[in-house]
Design a protein around this ligand. Structure first.
Ligand code: HEM
Ligand SMILES: CC(C)=CCC/C(C)=C/CC/C(C)=C/COP(=O)(O)OP(=O)(O)O
Length: 317
C-alpha cells in the first residue's frame, strides 16, 4: 500500500490520463461503434446526418467507457489474479476505486446528456440501459455464477446497435432487433473461442466460463451451433426484411461461409488453441466487415449501380 502511494507521487499527468484511458478497455470500443454505425446507415437508408453520427458515436463511446470502468472496479479482485488482466490500472493500484467511480459516473452523465440533447431520449435511455445491464446482469449476477454468463450478458454488447437505430428513427423496428440479434448470437463464438485459449486463467479464479466447466468438446459444439444461427440471422436482413440489398447479402454470405468453415475446423480440433485463436481473430474481422457491408449496401451510389446493372441485364435478355 505504502509502495503504491509512493509510486503515485511519481506519476506524471500523462500517466494518470493513460491509466484512466486503460480503465475504459478502449480496444473493444471501436467494434461497438462499428455496429452502431452499421445500424445507423441501414436505418437512414444510406444518408446519415454527419452531426448525428458524431454525437451518437461519442455518446456510445462515453457509455461503453463508463460501463467498462465500473466493470474494472467490480472485478478488481479477479483481475489481480489473472495474468491477462493483472496490469490493469485498478489491480495494479494506479487508480483508486472511489476515483474510478466518480470518473464512470461523469462519463455516464455526459453520455446521457449528449444523447438526450443532440439525438433523442430513446437513444440515451438505451445507452444507459446498456451500462446497467452490463454491470448488474453480466458483471454482478452472471459472470461468476453460470456458464451461460456471456450468452445472456452478451445482450449488453448488442445494445449499441439499438442505440444507433434509435438515434436515427427515434423508434425500434424489426431490422433494429435483427441487428441486435446478430451481435447477440455472434458473441458466444467470439468469446468462447477466446475462452478456450485462456481457460486456465478463468479456472484459476473460479469463473465458470463454459470451457472450464463443460470442456473443450462441448464448447466447440456450442460455437458451431451459434455460428450457424448467426450466419442465418445475417441473411434475414436481406430476406424477408428487405432492410439491406443484394450487395449486403453477397458479402454476408461470403463472410458467413468463411466463419462456418473456421468454426467447422474448430469442431474437428477442440483442443487446438491455434484454431481457437483463428476463430477468435476472425470473429472480430467478421463483425467489422459485416457492418461495413451494411453501410456500403445502403449508400445511394450502390443502389444506383445495382439498378444500372439490372437494367443492362434486361437489355441483353
Ligand atoms: C459478454 C460479451 C463479451 C465478452 C465476455 C467478451 C470478452 C472479450 C475478452 C475477454 C477479450 C480479450 C480482451 C483482452 O485481451 O483484454 C475480448 C476482445 C475483444 N472483444 Fe469481446 N467480449 C464480448 C463481447 C464483445 C462485443 C459485443 C464486441 C463488439 C461488438 C467485442 C469486441 C471485442 C474486440 C474488438 C476485441 C479485441 C480487442 C483487442 O484488440 O485486444 N466483444 N472480448
Ligand atoms: C450501450 C452500452 C454502454 C453497452 C455496453 C457494452 C459493453 C461495455 C460491452 C462489453 C462487452 C465485453 C467486452 C465484455 C467483456 O467483459 P469481461 O468483464 O468478461 O472482460 P474481461 O475479462 O476482459 O474483464
Amino acid at each position: 500500500m505504502i509502495e503504491t502511494n509512493v509510486s503515485r507521487h511519481h506519476e506524471t499527468f500523462l500517466q494518470v490520463i493513460q491509466s484512466y484511458y486503460q480503465l475504459t478497455k478502449p480496444r473493444i470500443i471501436p467494434l461497438l461503434l462499428i455496429t452502431t454505425a452499421g445500424s445507423m446507415w441501414v436505418a437512414a437508408k444510406g444518408q446519415v446526418d454527419p452531426l448525428l453520427l458524431l454525437v451518437t458515436l461519442t455518446g456510445g463511446t462515453l457509455a461503453a467507457a463508463s460501463a467498462q470502468t465500473i466493470n474494472c472496479i467490480y472485478d478488481r479482485d479477479i483481475d489481480y489474479d489473472m495474468e491477462r488482466t493483472r496490469h490493469r490500472p485498478m489491480p495494479s493500484g494506479r487508480v483508486q476505486p472511489r476515483d474510478a467511480l466518480i470518473f464512470a459516473i461523469a462519463l455516464a452523465v455526459l453520455s446521457f446528456t449528449l444523447l438526450t440533447v443532440f439525438a433523442n431520449l430513446l437513444a440515451a435511455c438505451l445507452a444507459f440501459s446498456g451500462i446497467v445491464f452490463y454491470i448488474l446482469i453480466y458483471t454482478h449476477w452472471l459472470k461468476r455464477h453460470t456458464t451461460q454468463n456471456i450468452v445472456i450478458g452478451g445482450a449488453a454488447g448488442a445494445i449499441p446497435a439499438l442505440v444507433g437505430w434509435a438515434a436515427v428513427t427515434n423508434t425500434l423496428s424489426w431490422p433494429a432487433w435483427l441487428i441486435f440479434a446478430i451481435v447477440f448470437l455472434w458473441t458466444p463464438p467470439h468469446f468462447w473461442a477466446l475462452a478456450l485459449m485462456i481457460r486456465d486463467d478463468y479456472a484459476k479464479v473460479g469463473i465458470p466460463m463454459l470451457p472450464v466447466i463443460a470442456g473443450a468438446t462441448a464448447t466447440v459444439k456450442q460455437i458451431w451451433y451459434y455460428t450457424l444461427i448467426t450466419v442465418v440471422a445475417t441473411l434475414l436482413l436481406f430476406y424477408p426484411l428487405h432492410a439491406s440489398g443484394i450487395i449486403y447479402a453477397a458479402i454476408a454470405s461470403g463472410l458467413g461461409g468463411l466463419f462456418i468453415r473456421k468454426s467447422w475446423c474448430l469442431l474437428q480440433q477442440p483442443e487446438d488453441r491455434t484454431v481457437a485463436k483463428d476463430v477468435f481473430l476472425y470473429s472480430i474481422s467478421y463483425m467489422m466487415l459485416l457492418c461495413l457491408a451494411m453501410v456500403i449496401d445502403s449508400l445511394p451510389i450502390t443502389h444506383h449501380l445495382v439498378s444500372t446493372i439490372i437494367a443492362q441485364l434486361h437489355l441483353f435478355n
